[in-house]
Design a binder for this molecule. Sequence first.
Ligand SMILES: [Zn+2]
Length: 75
Amino acid sequence: MDKSYSIEVVCLFCDAALQSEEGKEYEPGDMIKCSECSELNDYDSVLGIAKERGVELVKGEFEKELKSKFKNLFK
Ligand SMILES: [Zn+2]
């Protein structure tokens, strides 16, 4: 499994997708400014939510991957 997942990071205040600056790495403690409502989002909280969503996403992908592997086995 060598895919990169795009996990959407959303604003805690208005639920708009947060745009990270190109190439910028955020670190714990950073604040991400929402382009929609201009509120500052705490990186850790935002990431926590994104992670939860990401886990669900990966789980789904993993199951698909597993199923296709099994299919190949019985070809
Ligand atoms: Zn916002």
